[in-house]
Design a binder for this molecule. Structure first.
Ligand code: ADP
Ligand code: MG
Length: 818
């Protein structure tokens, strides 16, 4: 189909180009086109098909048309087929075919100073610089932008570029977009708007392909522009105009565009690619640009390279001063610039990712240098544990267990994340680690994010471990003081080998006799900060983190870069996949019938509503109202309500009732806990499913299918939700694999959304976009590992060391790098 389209376009272009210069040379274009369009028809549907049918009809009467009409028809077909016939796959081709003119792009050149300063000099606060160097007003403005020191200022990078070097012929304009046009002046006149009686200056421009009318509203500028345009007209000079194009009955217009007389070689406003910066309230883009660029001019010439030469050479990166300069004063390949693919842009993006990866690598290394426990785990212990299990471990479980055992045996503290989809069997693996610790004479603390999960873990760990005589204890907030105290004592005296609890377990100063292993459930609620806290206590146990949030591997390296990552990427055999279906509003009645059927078979149901962040009140109302609605609809079955405004104990009580079956339908906001296990729950209904991310939907879906009964997930949405949303939801219909879903989510929504629930905030990038810069992320990861391996002390790289400490010292507890 692309081939046919291309032939149609080529033919039409040949006819219309240069104002029909070659028109007479093409014989019977109508016949050729009819044939081609007929060939194209079978590939089309909907609007495009109808349009092509119409075109064929018109082409059939072509021979009867007068010459002007013939041309008009062909031009019209050409413009639609090149501009509006938007199929994704021809988008790019069209771009190429638009016969644009490129002005020569020129940017200011960097003149590097011979005298260079160490990076430390750039940490200086902008505020502390003399007012002579930076005026008070500029300082205030920079403060508003969040720029504190010089290095912030020069790395206050543009997030987008505006191309003012590509001239588009007027016939190829599309309303609603910004364009640069070039043409001669037809007329300059003042007019009055019919309704509002406002005076306008109207300037008509033309090029070979069409016309554009420019309007100016402000009477003060009329004399200036009148002179400018009349002068251009008399001298026959071309004018450049940049602005947003509108289509009005008279044709294309631009309101108060930026203009300049076209003079080859020396353009002021055009022939440039303009960087666009984030602004703050009350600050204009032009002001921000001027401030930042001025500082860059003053400071960057003194910047010296801080990365090892070998990294630059291997990757073809320019030096730091050159890269920073060109990002603020771009020139060169416009297409590359707009896509953030110029060597200079790549260098600054790389730096952001590299510094972060390097900081994490150092952090990991530091942890490993600390003296931890070397557990004497041996083959016998492993066999002993496996033999008593009621099932055999999956290959993935075996692999991860081996990785954990290797870590435990080493004298450095383990710091490992186990990632695995819901139900992949993380708990067994964690229990095995606790077992090895106990056999080695050490205690294990297991921390869950909520009390209900702590209870659940308690049961599971006890099931796995008591057969070996390993003593498992539970400590929760709702226990009486007396109960707690006796448990504290038992922990301190070493009666319990394993203690399960909430974070209170660490925070409340519980004393262990011999803590050797800490297992943390759900990483996203336990950030770097808590881990640092744990260390401050002077205990250096092995740490094992478990998460059910699948993240594509490379991203995991970034998000959890301070941890070693193990992945359980396989479910135990024989699991029944959850049947997932998208339902529309008008299918609600059928759904109600289905739910009643499930309930009468003794199964339980979750019904979830999206969290509406902007308004907690609204959210509450939605869930409360729907609670009443479902109570009515599903009579006589018992319906319960769970939402974020409830206290933790209240939530736990409702969940407990649902677990016991005193509540059979749970209407809830997204607060239902990750990891809550109710084997009787077989249906998950998610309303307004389009508002959730795929990863979150997958998490919610994981609440069902935990028993042997067949389970279902219904994604309710409206037919108006849009094609994209439906396509996204279809991913869930198609697969139960959390990693595939995470990849798809990444492609659809970007990493920000996936990390939305993370608290540590160490992975927020300013210029890097992990979707666009995936490749650079990998390079950054490789280069950072390589550097740490070759030069762990970062010898001779003082600037780099200082930069790292400056950027990440506090966040990652790096302290004194190297
Ligand atoms: P996760 O914590 O990853 O969601 P669990 O460890 O709770 O998963 O395991 C889910 C269920 O599968 C549990 O009932 C567990 O006993 C069972 N299970 C774990 N590993 C296996 C296996 N290799 N074969 C069969 N069943 C398993
Ligand atoms: Mg679990």
């Amino acid at each position: 189909m692309e081939k046919i389209l291309k032939r149609i376009k080529d033919l039409l272009f040949l006819i219309v180009k240069e104002d029909f210069k070659y028109f007479s040379r093409v014989k019977d274009p109508d016949k050729a086109l009819i044939n081609l369009f007929n060939e194209l028809l079978p590939y089309l549907d909907g609007k495009r098909k109808n349009w092509v049918k119409k075109v064929i009809k018109f082409l059939k009467v072509y021979p009867e048309l007068p010459l002007e009409k013939r041309k008009k028809l062909l031009k019209e077909i050409h413009s639609v087929i090149t501009l509006k016939f938007t199929l994704e796959e021809i988008e790019e081709e069209k771009e190429k075919e638009t016969p644009v003119e490129k002005l020569k792009v020129s940017g200011e050149k960097l003149k590097e100073n011979k005298r260079k300063y160490p990076i430390r000099a750039f940490f200086k606060k902008v505020e502390e610089l003399p007012d002579k160097v930076i005026s008070k007003r500029v300082k205030n403005r920079l403060k508003k932008l969040g720029v504190e020191n010089l290095i912030d200022a020069i790395y206050y990078l543009p997030f987008r570029y505006e191309d003012r070097s590509t001239v588009t012929p007027m016939a190829y304009l599309r309303p609603g977009r910004e364009y640069l046009v070039k043409g001669k002046v037809v007329s300059v006149s003042e007019i009055e708007t019919p309704k509002k009686k406002k005076r306008l200056l109207k300037v008509l421009l033309y090029d070979r392909t069409g016309t554009v009318t420019l309007y100016f509203f402000n009477q003060k500028v009329f004399p200036y522009y009148r002179k400018l345009f009349k002068g251009a007209k008399e001298l026959g000079k071309e004018v450049l105009a940049y602005g947003t194009v509108k289509r009005e009955t008279s044709g294309f217009t631009m309101a108060h565009p930026e203009v300049e007389i076209y003079q080859d070689g020396k353009l002021e406003k055009f022939g440039k690619v303009i960087p666009i910066y984030h602004t703050a309230e009350g600050l204009k883009q032009t002001t921000v640009r001027k401030d930042v660029q001025n500082l860059v001019k003053k400071v960057v010439p003194f910047l010296r390279e801080y990365l090892p030469k070998s990294i630059l050479e291997r990757n073809g990166f320019p030096t730091a001063p050159e890269a920073v300069w060109k990002v603020h004063f771009p020139d060169g390949n416009v297409k590359e610039l707009l896509a953030f693919q110029s060597p200079q842009q790549k260098r600054v993006i790389f730096d952001e990712l590299f510094l972060f990866q390097l900081a994490l690598a150092i952090h990991r290394q530091k942890i490993k240098q600390e003296r931890g426990i070397s557990f004497p785990v041996n083959h016998q212990m492993i066999e002993e544990f496996k033999k008593a299990l009621p099932f055999t471990l999956t290959k993935a479980q075996e692999r991860v267990l081996r990785e954990i055992v290797e870590d435990m045996k080493r004298p450095e503290p383990m710091n490992r994340l186990v990632q695995g989809d819901v139900g992949s069997g993380k708990t067994v693996v964690a229990a095995a680690a606790a077992f090895f610790a106990a056999r080695s004479g050490y205690q294990t603390a297991v921390m869950a994010p909520t009390e209900i999960l702590a209870n659940q873990h308690y049961k599971k760990f006890k099931d796995f471990l008591s057969p070996y005589g390993v003593k498992v204890g539970l400590l929760t907030g709702s226990m009486t003081k007396k109960q707690k105290e006796s448990i504290y004592r038992a922990i301190k005296e070493g009666f319990f080998d394993v203690v399960i609890g909430t974070h209170a377990l660490i925070q409340e100063g519980v004393e262990f006799k011999n803590l050797g292993l800490v297992i943390i459930d759900e990483q996203h609620r336990f950030g770097v900060k808590q881990r640092v806290e744990l260390k401050k206590k002077g205990v250096l146990p092995d740490v094992l983190v478990m998460t059910a949030t699948p993240i594509p591997r490379t991203l995991a390296m970034t998000a959890y870069g301070d941890l070693d990552v193990s992945v359980i990427d396989e479910l135990p055999a024989g699991r029944k996949p959850i049947e997932t279906k998208i339902l529309f509003e008008d299918e609600r009645d059928r759904l109600v019938e289905f739910l009643k059927g499930e309930l009468s078979r003794g199964n339980r149901i979750y019904i979830v509503y999206p969290l509406i962040e902007e308004s907690e009140k609204l959210e509450l109302k939605a869930a409360t109202q729907m609670y009443e609605y479902w109570s009515q609809k599903l009579k006589p079955f018992k319906v319960g309500l769970l939402h974020g405004r409830m206290k933790q104990e209240e939530k736990d009580r409702v969940m407990e009732k649902f677990k016991r079956g005193e509540i059979e339908v749970l209407v809830s906001t997204t607060v239902i806990e990750v990891g809550v296990d109710v084997p009787e729950a077989t249906v998950m209904v998610i309303e307004h499913a389009e508002r959730f991310g795929l990863a979150q939907l997958h998490q919610l879906r994981g609440r069902v299918g935990r028993g042997d009964r067949k389970s279902y997930c219904f994604l309710l949405t409206s037919r108006g939700a849009g094609e994209d949303s439906i396509r996204r939801l279809k991913v869930l219909e198609g697969t139960n694999d959390g990693f595939k879903i995470a990849e798809a989510d990444l492609a659809f929504r970007g990493p920000g959304e996936i990390f939305g629930t993370r608290q540590s905030g160490v992975g927020d990038f300013k210029v890097a976009d992990l979707r666009r810069d995936y490749h650079l992320l990998k390079i950054a990861r490789e280069e950072s590992s390589r550097l740490i391996e070759e030069n762990p002390e970062l010898k001779g790289l003082d600037d780099l060391k200082e930069l790292l400490t400056f950027r990440f010292g506090q966040k990652l507890d790096l302290v004194e790098v190297g």
